[in-house]
Design a protein around this ligand. Structure first.
Ligand SMILES: *Cc1c(COP(=O)(O)O)cnc(C)c1O
Length: 421
């Protein structure tokens, strides 16, 4: 039996209505920016497999480092034990994170990284004898699918059946030059009327919300009001982290630094799942006490798995390398040139870019979750390009190792699409 048939027997895929979309495409191999299906057809991975494989699939440097680690130490309980890969990774992370970050806490995925951040913020106030139960988040943000992260997420299609069980979240719109004063007023109103513990936000780019972008200076105004009210600020850098915005972290563009930062996805370069929540010394200190009760009682079995840590260390080494920094800047410039070429196309409504993230909204009639989206997806896949449109938005977030020729092919299939309407 072929893979497609065997898949249908026992597998349940994420984000999939199996009644409408029973088929999943088997991928048998990946290398650099390329994916290969079971028929030998190749596809350029234009979204780095959900922004994970940024240094290219099956990166040989990472494979070498992981193999060494696998022979040395596979797994050890991280409560009461420690090891070199975790220690080294903490040092590497602190060296590239914003200056105020001091402590590193491990978990398994982006949702749990945010879950940890939210729990840290709630317990921070609790440990200080204050009950602060409200969280502020942006409208239409996305922070993951576990309960805390889901509560903070504002994209309702994912949340419907669970809303009765959510923690209390108040929302503000993402800021722009026109609404900023109103957003700040709304924020002050929420702070006055509630006991707010934390503000969680995707800095500068809202990934799942169609790569919606906003400016650092307005986010900074919001963060300053939060800080003045001792509200813990949590930057969800699960998507934006590790170079995608052109700097190591999106928070590097913003003057006011967050208290907590969550990271995953590119952290482990597409190899294995892992996540990290970093925080300031002040957050960490609020959990120190002569009794155990104030400690942070949150653990995942695979916390700081040595193999995952070795992947992350190798990934950061690559990120810091001149080769990768050069390709990041080459991609940024190519996107700009592409933008100049297509932004006035009659079928393009708007375009936006932050670092290697490029998005355009189509100027055509369609529903976010309608069938047109799948037709557009098929247009790309037929031509050997893997892009997953979000409603009317087509975005590119390529691995840093994508070649000039591969990137041109991605651009050209988008132009073909625009010309086909
Ligand atoms: C993907 C993502 C998450 C969730 O991460 P998972 O690893 O899928 O749980 C959270 N926040 C942002 C901004 C993301 O892009």
């Amino acid at each position: 039996m072929n893979l497609g048939k065997r898949d249908k027997k026992h597998l349940w895929h994420p984000l999939t209505q199996h009644k409408i979309h029973p088929d999943a495409l088997p991928i048998v191999k990946a290398e650099g920016a390329l994916l290969y299906d079971d028929k030998g057809k190749e596809y350029i991975d234009g979204i780095a497999s959900w922004y994970t494989a940024m240094y290219g699939h099956c990166n040989p440097y990472i494979i070498e480092k992981v193999s060494d680690q696998m022979r040395q130490l596979d797994q050890i309980v991280f409560a009461g034990f420690t090891h070199e890969p975790a220690i080294r990774l903490s040092e590497e992370l602190i060296s590239i994170l914003p200056d105020n970050q001091e402590k590193i806490f491990f978990s398994d995925n982006g949702s749990t990284a945010n879950e940890v951040g939210i729990k840290m913020a709630l317990q921070y106030h609790f440990n200080k004898g204050e009950k602060r139960n409200t969280i502020i988040a942006f409208e239409d943000g996305f922070h993951g699918d576990t309960f805390g992260a889901m509560s903070a997420s504002g994209l309702s299609v994912y949340n419907g059946p669970f809303e009765d069980f959510f923690i209390d979240v108040q929302r503000i719109p993402i800021p722009n030059p026109e609404n900023i004063e109103q957003v700040l007023d709304q924020l002050r109103g929420i702070i006055d009327a509630n006991k707010v513990s934390a503000f969680i936000y995707e800095p500068l780019v809202q990934g799942a919300n169609c790569m919606r972008m906003f400016e650092a200076q307005y986010l900074d105004q919001i963060l300053r009001i939060c800080k003045a009210n001792r509200i813990i600020t949590i930057a969800d850098e699960v998507m934006t982290g590790f170079g995608k915005t052109g700097k190591n972290f999106a928070s590097d563009y913003i003057a006011t630094k967050p208290d907590i930062i969550s990271m995953s996805k590119a952290l482990t370069a597409g190899f294995v799942p892992m996540a990290v929540t970093s925080c300031t010394q002040d957050i960490y200190d609020a959990f120190l006490d002569d009794s155990v009760g104030k400690a942070f009682f949150h653990a995942h079995t695979y916390s700081a798995n040595p193999i995952a840590c070795s992947v992350a260390i190798a990934g950061i080494e690559l990120l810091k390398s001149k080769t990768i920094q050069d390709t990041i800047h080459r991609i940024i410039q190519s996107h700009k040139d592409f933008d100049t070429k297509i932004k006035d196309h009659p079928k393009v409504a708007t375009t936006r870019q932050k670092g290697v993230i490029y998005a355009l909204d189509l100027n055509i009639e369609m529903d976010r979750y309608g069938t047109k989206r799948y037709e557009i997806f098929d247009h790309f896949m037929k031509r050997g390009v893997c892009l997953r449109p979000l409603g009317k938005t087509i975005y590119i977030l390529p691995p840093y190792v994508i070649t000039k020729e591969q990137l041109s092919k991605v651009y050209n299939t988008i132009i073909d699409l625009l010309d086909s309407f």
